[in-house]
Structure formats: structure tokens, C-alpha cells
Ligand binder design. Structure first.
Ligand code: TNX
Length: 490
């Protein structure tokens, strides 16, 4: 199972068999969505899912005979927020949580205890058994994230939903969308329509690009929320802005628009740091995004700015941060922003832990995304066909076998919100490419974020990783058959 749970005890009992007669019970209305999701997963046909019974009197500690009970008790403070306990005997299953997200994560554990054939849409006649176990579980970190760069190559709503499904399988709960960069602006901003009409019209390599309407963004956010994933929007500024600069000349100091850009160079662009149009854009942008994004965070990028002096850069970040806060959001920035004195509620996302800069821990809130461990766009090895190499090769062991608390020795471990694995897409153009770069590494990222430090060891992890392969095959995923992992012939 991945991520490894806090504790798992196997029982000396036969497995529980899920049949067409198995009852699915929710102990409250709020438990119904997760219970219904599970009923569909195990149904003999998608249209034949057992209706969920709402029975509020089965709060007994023992599993109800012949039933799977989804017990959501918001008053139960013995189970931590995102945690759950799962009891399986030969006669029934009881999953208990104090929040809907905890119940959802318990249901993902139950899913992984079922044979991988459960993932085949087209193989619905099968025997489904769950081994008799007791599991107590809760996450190590609150921030268990991935980032998808939809600017360098654009990925449509269905691709993003697919990524969200894969995050949910591994109990990850944040999807950071990198929505603007030199190569493309990807979210409709009603007050600045050319950002997408022109700025969204291409991508790396000169393809057609694309963008999300605000309605499509809201659809992604809802789809994610149903799977307990929060979407964090990023608009990279003041650099990485060529698409915006090409769309509106007034955003350039000098007011001359550059052409659209489809290469992969970085560092050359900047919004005019003190231009009126720049600050109208930042205000309009944050206002429109804040109105449709329920996340408490807006990511403003802030990375790789070569065209401003340090003082100009600092003034820019401070002013952008004030706008983010004015619209009721907390700012996140890449680690370059640590050179600036930040507001106390801002967050630093570290991508170059070894590079000297300001105090990354100054606000007591840090997300770890070390490029030489977690960048999903790095090639696994010289032999793998796609990916960049500037941070080295990141094979499966390298991405898994490290410890967040010792990454930055001077950082107070209490400041670590969690980890996030970015997938930059300069060399990644299709859904199949996304899957190949994500798997197997994403499963390891999920385990770093979820599992207790003491439950993690490479030799054990690689065996559990190998056991995930039939599930990925059933899901139709294109994953990298790393030589680090003892795959078994399926
Ligand atoms: C660095 S990570 C970047 C991105 C690139 C990425 C490629 C960061 C904040 N900036 O603009 O896409 O490297 O690996």
C-alpha cells in the first residue's frame, strides 16, 4: 500500500468478500458521497451500484455484519482531521473518520486493499476480497502537492481532471496550476481579454496552445474539491510574462510589445515594475481570480527575474503581496521572494535549497520542492526520452529517499507545511508524457508527504511500488519501468 499507513495490523481471519449483496451504509448524510463513490467502484456494472443506506444507529464499534459502514462522526476527536481508522473482518468493514476528507482517504486505502482488477472499467465480473486488517492512519503533512505547468504546453480540462484522479489515489491534496508564463497565458481574465486571445494562442514548439474560460476553471476546482484536492492558481510575475507583454504593449517599459515566444529560455521578460498598466493588471487579475478560486492562496511566482535590480524586485513583490492580501488571500512565491521582507502570512516555496538567498523560513511557512529530488520534469536517467537535466537525473530512488526535516538544516521543522512535486512541461506535450514523468515518482512523493518518517525505507518501498504496477496497468497509465524497482511480470 502507498502511502504506508501509520499502523497496520493483520488479523488471523479470512478475507471479506464484497458481493452484489454487500450493503453500503453511511452513518450521516455527509458520508454519502464517499460511500457512493465506493459503491460505484465495486459495482458489477457502473449502473448497478448498490444504493447507499443512511443508517444513523450503526455507530457500534464492531463492523455491521455483511456491510461496509462509512462512519463519519464529526465529534470524534480521537481521529485526527484527515485521518481514519479501518476495520476489516471476515464479516464486515467499518471505516471511521471525523471529517469527509478522512473518510475519503480511508476509502482510497480500501481501494488499494482490493485487487487491482477493480481499476478495470471493462472487467466488472470479478471476485473482490479485502484482507482482514486494522489500520490507523493520518497524514504527516497538510500540504501534499503536485504542480502542473499548463503554460509551456497547454493541457485541457480532461487532462487536468485525470491528474486530479491520480493525486487522489495517493491521498494528495493540492494541485498548483502554473497558469501563465512566457509561452502562454491560460486563464480567461475578463478585463484583459487579449491575455488569452493572443497570449494563449501558442505554446512551446509553436502548437496551438489554449486556455481555460473562468467557467472551465470553476469546473476544475469543483472536480478537485470532490476529491479533496485544492487548486492553487499561479500567475508568474514580474518575470515569465512574455505572453502578457506580447498581448498588451503598455505592460512593457517602453510600451513596445515583443513577439509571442515558443522557445524554452527563461529570465528575459519582466512586467514594467512601476508602470500604471502593470499595477492595474495585477489588481484586476487578483480580483477576478479571488472571486472564482476558493483556495486561500494565490501564487505569484517571483522566480528567475534577470531584468530588475534587487531593489526594483523587492518593491514589486511587496506591492503584489499587498494586493493579494487586500483580496483576502495569502501569497505564495518561489524561493527568490525570501530575499524580500514578507508579510507574516506569506509562504515560500523552496526549489533550490542549496542556493543562498534570504531567510526562507522568515514567515514560518515553507513548501519544499527541491528540484534535484522532486522535479518531475527531470529525466530519470540519460536513457529516458523526455525531460530536462539542469538539476541532474532524478531516478525513482533519488526522488523518494530523502528527508524533509534535514533538507535545510537551519529551517525549523515546524515551518514545513509539506512537499510539492512540480511538473514543468517544456518537453512534455501529451497526457502519456505526463503519466510517464509522474509514475512511479509521484507515488513516492505522496509517501514522503503522508507517511511517518519511521515508516519509510527504500527497500520496503520499492517492493510496494512494484505491487502498484498491475493497478497502473489496469488504469492504462504509461509509467516508467525503472530498473530500480523489482517489477514482477504481470
Ligand atoms: C525552473 S522552478 C523554473 C521553471 C522551469 C523549470 C524547468 C522555477 C521556479 N522556475 O520556469 O520550467 O526550471 O525545470
Amino acid at each position: 500500500m502507498i502511502p504506508a499507513p501509520v499502523s497496520i495490523t493483520t488479523r488471523d481471519l479470512p478475507a471479506f468478500e464484497v458481493t452484489n449483496d454487500t450493503r453500503v451504509i453511511a452513518t450521516s448524510r455527509d458520508a454519502v458521497p464517499v460511500a457512493a463513490w465506493f459503491a460505484r467502484l465495486v459495482a458489477s456494472a457502473p449502473s448497478r451500484a448498490t444504493p447507499v443506506e443512511v443508517v444513523t444507529s450503526v455507530r457500534a464499534a464492531a463492523p455491521a455484519p455483511g456491510a461496509i459502514v462509512f462512519d463519519l462522526d464529526r465529534g470524534d476527536d480521537r481521529i485526527p482531521g484527515e485521518g481514519y481508522t479501518l476495520d476489516v473482518t471476515d464479516t464486515g468493514i467499518r471505516l471511521a473518520a471525523s471529517t469527509p476528507s478522512g473518510l475519503f482517504y480511508g476509502a482510497q486505502t480500501l481501494r488499494q486493499l482490493l485487487p487491482s482488477v477493480v481499476e478495470y472499467e471493462a472487467a466488472r465480473r470479478r471476485t473482490l476480497t479485502v484482507p482482514a486488517v486494522r489500520i490507523e492512519d493520518a497524514p504527516r503533512y497538510a500540504w501534499r502537492g503536485a504542480m502542473l505547468d499548463v503554460s509551456r504546453h497547454f493541457f485541457g480540462v480532461d487532462d487536468v481532471k485525470h491528474v486530479i484522479d491520480l493525486l487522489a489515489l495517493y491521498k494528495m491534496n493540492r494541485l498548483h496550476l502554473h497558469l501563465s508564463d512566457d509561452q502562454g497565458w491560460r486563464l480567461e481574465i475578463a478585463s484583459w481579454p487579449k491575455l488569452t486571445a493572443l497570449g494563449g494562442s501558442t505554446e512551446v514548439g509553436g502548437g496551438p496552445g489554449g486556455f481555460y474560460t473562468q467557467a472551465e476553471f470553476v469546473e476544475i476546482v469543483r472536480y478537485a474539491a470532490d476529491r479533496f484536492v485544492e487548486v492553487i492558481p499561479e500567475f508568474d510575475m514580474p518575470g515569465h510574462t512574455n505572453a502578457a507583454l506580447a498581448s498588451y504593449p503598455e505592460l512593457n517599459c517602453g510600451e513596445i510589445a515583443p513577439p509571442l515566444f515558443t522557445g524554452i529560455r527563461v529570465g528575459f521578460s519582466t512586467l514594467c515594475h512601476d508602470g500604471d498598466a502593470t499595477w492595474r493588471l495585477v489588481d484586476d487579475l487578483v480580483r477576478e481570480v479571488a472571486a472564482i478560486s476558493p483556495s486561500p492562496f494565490v501564487h505569484i511566482g517571483g522566480d528567475e527575474v534577470e531584468k530588475l535590480t534587487p531593489a526594483q524586485y523587492a518593491a514589486f513583490i511587496t506591492r503584489a503581496e499587498a494586493i493579494v492580501r487586500r483580496y483576502g488571500k495569502r501569497m505564495i512565491g518561489w524561493d527568490e521572494v525570501a530575499a524580500v521582507a514578507l508579510a507574516p502570512d506569506s509562504i515560500v516555496q523552496v526549489w533550490r535549497p542549496g542556493t543562498p538567498k534570504g531567510d526562507v523560513g522568515q514567515t514560518g511557512a515553507v513548501i519544499l520542492s527541491p528540484a534535484d529530488r522532486l522535479y518531475l520534469d527531470m529525466r530519470y536517467s540519460p536513457a529516458t526520452p523526455i525531460g530536462l537535466e539542469w538539476a541532474g537525473h532524478v531516478d525513482v530512488r533519488r526522488s523518494y529517499d530523502w528527508e524533509p526535516e534535514t533538507l535545510i538544516p537551519s529551517l525549523d521543522p515546524a515551518a514545513i507545511l509539506g512537499v510539492e512535486a512540480p511538473l514543468w512541461t517544456e518537453t512534455i506535450a501529451t497526457r502519456s508524457d505526463l503519466e510517464f514523468m509522474m509514475f512511479p515518482r509521484l507515488a513516492g512523493v505522496a509517501e514522503i508527504a503522508w507517511s511517518p518518517r519511521g515508516q519509510r525505507a527504500w527497500d520496503d518501498f520499492r517492493e510496494r511500488l512494484a505491487a502498484q504496477a498491475p493497478r497502473w496497468t489496469a488504469l492504462g497509465l504509461n509509467f516508467y519501468r525503472s530498473p530500480d524497482v523489482p517489477w514482477r511480470i504481470e
